[in-house]
Structure formats: structure tokens, C-alpha cells
Ligand binder design. Structure first.
Ligand code: PA5
Length: 463
């Protein structure tokens, strides 16, 4: 069963007035390049480096997650995830895509008595305090999610929360309010958990942050709020199977990776806009942004040669951004590809009433639904770009169910590792984020780190 379809006609030269890709290349040079990338990914997968491929089959761990969610997770009114980057964005996506926009504002009955779910993925003091001030902390579970167990932002949030809990609970231990999701063996969270008996879930060692949504990182919070996590995994497994095809034209992740890589490196279009025509998928676009940027933006290739490569992902939402980005997409530099994402299955399509019939500028709307308007605007925008010779792709999701979201997660994760192989970079590391971390440590006085000098010292270049 498949819920996600990729349409790439608008990347091909016959549809773009001669611009774009010659379709024959998909059976020639590009098919061969993909085959090499495919073999490379296969060998890394088999050697155990790419653990995310196995997550849909890790059903025993998923059942353990479900049990914890059904028991411990339901003692609380609120679940707050403390995490950042790959430890947060997938969970935000699961919540927003599958529970709709106002879950946390809904009353107990509308939420089927499942807890509210908040994700703190920053250390902005206003956000942190406002949330902690408004929740009843006695009835709140904090899921601290950090693969490394040492990320400054997450650990600072943890310490702030623990201190607040001490104030409220007095002598009572705080461990009953925490659940750690972290590396199975290493890191400070693991140590604290072992010493103090805090319940934990493991992120497999061979699964990196931005590839971890289908591990306990995303599954635990999802299960606590009643999302069918087995369905999510089923969808991911189906997609992984579709992406087993070694023939380019049969492999959706291969096509996505190949077309976007080709657009960047051959057609001068390194900016990859993901425009979802669904508010529920706004967060998916943010998840994609991290995955694509952190995995593919690299100074060096896998042989260590300096290359400074990588596309620039841009998240957008239709129809809203038709009134913000579209002018640039239509007439600005030809350096962008737009990947449209459409999702069916709105529970209530909302009919536009046939009133105000005396205004011809309004009467054509009456009788249509808001879903029809959104879908029609997506189709019209794709066509408008096509007519301007601007490349675009379309991903259609029949119905935005847990299964379909699982398919989407897996599709993009596999496309990312294929793209890594095509660019010749390692999509699993992120060496570029280390320097700013070290400078932060030095500035905050962490032992073993020298205080750095910032910039060029005293200067007059300020106004
Ligand atoms: O994808 C990644 O590896 C990063 O974005 C991490 O998820 C992020 O830095 C948080 O790391 P950690 O889970 O170790 O706290």
C-alpha cells in the first residue's frame, strides 16, 4: 500500500520549454551515477553505519516504548520534551502533522484524555519560563532527549527544570518526573539515570540525531499522545522497500536525490524550497531543512578534499507564501527548485458558502471547499512555474495518516543518504557545528577550554 507519489514531469526539458533535464539521461548517465550511489549506501547500510534503515523493523523496542507510554506516560497531564535539532524536530512534526494545530489548547475530552505535548527546542528564557510558569509541574513529565547526553541547550533546560521541580517537590525525588532518551551506554544522562534510577529509552548507537525520528526519540512522545506508532513504522517500512530498487526510475528516494543533486550541480539551482500546501506539514518542512542542510552542507568530501558543497533548503508553506516568496520564485534568479507537498485527508474540508453572489470576484468561490482552493492554488502555482521554465517537483500524500507520515520520513532520510553519496560527502556527520560549540564553552568558562578572542579585537566598524 502506498500513500505518497512523486511527480517529476516539471523537472524535464520537454515540459520546461527546453530548460531542465533531458529525460533520456534518467536511463543513461544519471542512472549509472545513481547505481554507484546506491551501491555505496547499500554497503554502508550493510556494515551497520546507517541504523535508521532498520528502525521500522525494531518492533520489540517499539513495543517497549508503547508500554512505557501507556503506563508511565498516562500518569501525567503534560509531556514536555527537552531537546534540540534532531532530538526535537521530528517530534514536533509528528505532533503537528497528526494531531492538528490546536491539540494543546483542546480540552481533555477532545484530546481523548491523552496528555498535552510541548517541545522546548531552544533556550530562549521567555519561552522556557512562560511554559514552566503555566504548567502544573506536579502533573508534568519531562522527556529529556539527547543522543550525546551533553548538548549545552538541552542540559541547561534539564537543570532549570530539575531545580524548579526541587522547589515544588521538596525532599521528594525528582526522578518520577523524568524520562531520558539517550545513548545506550555513554553520556551524562545515562550516568545520572544509572545512579538515580531515572527511567530511560535508548537511541541506537548507529542512529544519528536527524535520522532518529523513528526511534524512541520520536516514538515515545508520539505514543504518549495516542499516535499509532506501529502505523508510522509500517509506512516507513513500505517506503524503505520501495527504495530498495536499484533502477533509478523505480526508486522514489533515488529520483528525489538525483534530480535535486543534478539541479544544484548542473543546472545552477542549489536552493531547494519545500513548499507544503498544508499547515499540518509546516513542521515537516523544518525537519527537512535540518536533514538536508546538516547532512549535505560539507567543506570536505569523504576523501578529505576541500569541496564546500551542499544545497540550501528553504521551508515554505502554501498558499501563505504565494504572497511572500512566489514573486521571487517566478521571476528571480533561476537558482531554485520548488518541491511541492500536497496532503489530502482533511477531516472537515469546510465549504465556502455561496453568499455574496452579486460580486463576480467572490461568487466563483462559493460552493467550493477550502481544501479545493488550497489544492487548486498548488496546481496553478506548479503550472505557472512550469510555464516560466522553472523546475518543480510534486509529492502528493493521499491522506496524511501516521502511515503516510512514516513513508515521508523514510523517503527523505533515504534521499538524503543517496544525495550524500552523489555529492561525495558524508551525510552522517556535522563537523561544521563544532567550532561554535567550542567557542561557547570557552566563553562560558568550561574547564579545558580557553577563553577565545572574538573577531579582530578593538575596532571602529560599528555604528
Ligand atoms: O542531527 C544531529 O545530529 C543534531 O542536530 C543533533 O540532533 C542535535 O545537535 C542534538 O544533539 P543531541 O541529541 O546529542 O543532544
Amino acid at each position: 500500500m502506498r500513500s505518497v507519489t512523486l511527480d517529476y514531469a516539471n523537472m524535464l526539458s520537454p515540459n520546461l520549454g527546453g530548460r531542465g533535464l533531458d529525460p533520456l539521461e534518467l536511463e543513461g548517465g544519471l542512472a549509472e551515477a545513481f547505481r554507484r550511489a546506491y551501491d555505496d549506501v547499500e554497503s554502508r547500510r550493510r556494515s551497520g553505519e546507517m541504523g535508521f534503515f532498520s528502525l521500522p523493523d525494531a518492533r520489540e523496542s517499539a513495543r517497549a516504548v508503547q508500554e512505557l507510554a501507556d503506563g508511565f506516560g498516562q500518569w501525567f497531564e503534560n509531556l514536555v520534551v527537552l531537546g534540540i535539532g534532531g532530538s526535537a524536530l521530528g517530534t514536533i512534526t509528528l505532533r503537528d502533522s497528526l494531531l492538528g494545530p490546536y491539540w494543546n489548547e483542546s480540552d481533555d475530552e477532545a484530546r481523548d484524555h491523552y496528555p498535552r505535548l510541548y517541545i522546548l527546542d531552544n533556550v530562549d528564557p521567555r519561552t522556557v519560563s512562560s511554559l514552566l510558569d503555566r504548567l502544573d509541574l506536579r502533573r508534568t513529565l519531562f522527556n529529556v532527549v539527547s543522543k550525546s547526553g551533553s548538548t549545552a541547550e538541552t542540559m541547561s533546560q534539564y537543570m532549570v527544570v530539575e531545580d524548579r521541580l526541587h522547589e515544588i517537590l521538596g525532599e521528594e525525588p525528582t526522578r518520577g518526573h523524568f524520562l531520558f532518551t539517550t545513548d545506550p551506554e555513554s553520556g551524562i544522562l545515562r550516568k545520572i539515570a544509572d545512579e538515580e534510577g531515572v527511567p530511560t529509552l535508548a537511541v541506537p548507537s548507529n542512529v544519528g540525531g536527524r535520522f532518529s525520528v523513528l526511534s524512541a526519540v520520536g516514538l515515545l512522545p508520539a505514543a504518549v499522545v495516542g499516535i499509532d506508532i506501529m502505523e508510522v513504522l509500517d509506512g516507513a517500512r513500505d517506503m524503505a522497500q520501495r527504495c530498495q530498487a536499484s533502477v533509478l526510475k523505480e526508486n522514489p528516494a533515488g529520483l528525489l536525490a538525483t534530480l535535486l543533486h543534478q539541479a544544484d550541480t548542473v543546472q545552477g539551482a542549489p536552493i531547494h524550497v519545500l513548499m507544503s500546501y498544508s499547515d499540518r506539514l509546516r513542521s515537516f518542512a523544518a525537519w527537512y531543512q535540518q536533514l538536508w542542510a546538516e547532512s549535505l552542507g560539507k567543506a570536505r568530501d569523504r576523501e578529505g578534499r576541500e569541496v564546500n558543497r551542499g544545497p540550501t533548503p528553504v521551508p515554505a508553506v502554501g498558499a501563505t507564501d504565494q504572497h511572500s516568496l512566489l514573486q521571487l520564485l517566478m521571476e528571480g534568479p533561476r537558482d531554485k527548485v520548488v518541491l511541492f507537498l500536497g496532503a489530502g485527508g482533511a477531516e472537515d474540508p469546510v465549504e465556502i458558502p455561496a453568499i455574496r453572489q452579486d460580486f463576480s470576484a467572490l461568487s466563483y468561490l462559493g460552493g467550493h471547499t477550502l481544501s479545493e482552493l488550497l489544492d487548486t492554488e498548488r496546481e496553478a502555482t506548479m503550472e505557472a512555474l512550469r510555464q516560466q521554465g522553472r523546475p518543480n517537483l510534486s509529492l502528493e500524500v493521499d491522506d496524511l495518516t501516521p502511515r503516510a507520515l512514516g513513508e515521508l520520513f523514510m523517503l527523505f532520510q533515504i534521499a538524503t543518504v543517496f544525495a550524500g553519496a552523489l555529492y561525495g560527502v558524508d551525510p552522517l556527520d556535522q563537523p561544521g557545528v563544532e567550532l561554535s560549540k567550542k567557542l561557547t564553552y570557552g566563553l562560558l568558562g568550561r574547564e579545558g577550554y580557553e577563553r577565545p578572542q572574538l573577531g579582530i579585537g578593538d575596532h571602529d566598524w560599528r555604528v
